[in-house]
Ligand binder design. Structure first.
Ligand SMILES: [Zn+2]
Ligand SMILES: [Zn+2]
Length: 279
């Protein structure tokens, strides 16, 4: 099998191009690091485990329809392997969960487990403590957060992180008004093509992680980690203006990491803003 460009090399080439002649905005991309599922052919099918209550089921249906329009990947819903509250990850798939996780500030959290640049499993948690309030108990908010958190588990990042500017028409855009940001846009599909343009010699999709000794084996503590709050998310590695978007990284060594991506409730953001103004 021909060895196709790996993303690191591709990025280096793009950066070189950007430095040489072309405006950087042309290469604006929104991948989440270099993280991607390993697979030997496209399109690949990623399984999403449904650990949702019936209120959320239609929104997962919308999200898999939207994302499966991608030319490089399909998504399919399978029975969940955990509970909404526990949301334990399982190798080779993404578990999608909801529960009233408490007044912890976050609407949704997406976590990926990575070995090197390859995603091996993921979870999405949707916080009913906020979705049960009048502010967020709306189809548009549910669609946006479901679409965005599921999108993160493919390796996608946000296109825009300011709440107050005009909507870009994608769920990967932060906003105060979710109405026109409930689905992916063409740029998201283009980015997926970029992320998944190379092929790998192995696959992490729908497989159980090989428990061969030594290199490549996921540390046991990593497989069974509880990621219910910032105390377990590890080191803050990215924070957007005002701390609205935050990305955390837990490093288990040997290239094994858990990366967690948080979308905060706007009320919390506004409180943080007020604090900021008073400083
Ligand atoms: Zn790869
Ligand atoms: Zn996000």
């Amino acid at each position: 099998m021909p060895k196709v460009f790996h993303r690191g090399l591709l990025t280096a080439l793009l950066l070189f191009g950007a430095l040489a002649a072309v405006p950087t905005s042309v290469f604006a991309d929104h991948a989440w690091g270099n993280y991607h599922w390993a697979r030997t052919s496209n399109p690949f099918t990623l399984k999403l485990g449904d650990n949702l209550t019936s209120t959320w089921d239609p929104y997962l249906g919308v999200a898999i329809n939207d994302w499966s329009a991608s030319s490089v990947m399909d998504t399919t819903i399978i029975a969940g392997s955990t509970t909404g509250r526990r949301c334990r990850a399982k190798a080779g798939r993404v578990e999608v969960c909801n529960a009233a996780y408490g007044n912890n500030g976050w609407l949704g959290v997406a976590s990926i487990w990575a070995s090197g640049s390859h995603i091996t499993q993921g979870t999405v948690k949707l916080n009913d403590t906020y979705f049960n309030t009048s502010t967020y108990n709306k189809p548009a908010w549910r669609n946006l957060v479901m679409c965005q958190e599921v999108g993160h588990t493919f390796g996608l990042d946000h296109q825009d992180e300011a709440f107050n500017n005009a909507n870009l028409g994608t769920c990967m855009d932060y906003t105060n008004n979710p109405d026109s940001n409930q689905h992916p846009n063409q740029h998201d599909y283009d980015e997926l093509v970029t992320i998944y343009s190379h092929l790998d010699g192995t696959t992490t999709v729908g497989q159980t992680v090989q428990s061969r000794p030594g290199k490549g084996k996921m540390p046991p503590a990593m497989a069974d980690i509880d990621i219910s709050g910032p105390g377990q998310w590890g080191k803050l590695i990215h924070s957007s203006r005002g701390g609205w978007k935050e990305t955390y990284e837990l490093d288990f060594g040997g290239g094994h990491k858990v990366i967690t991506h948080v979308i905060w409730a706007i009320d919390e953001v506004e409180d943080a803003d007020k604090e900021h103004e008073h400083r």
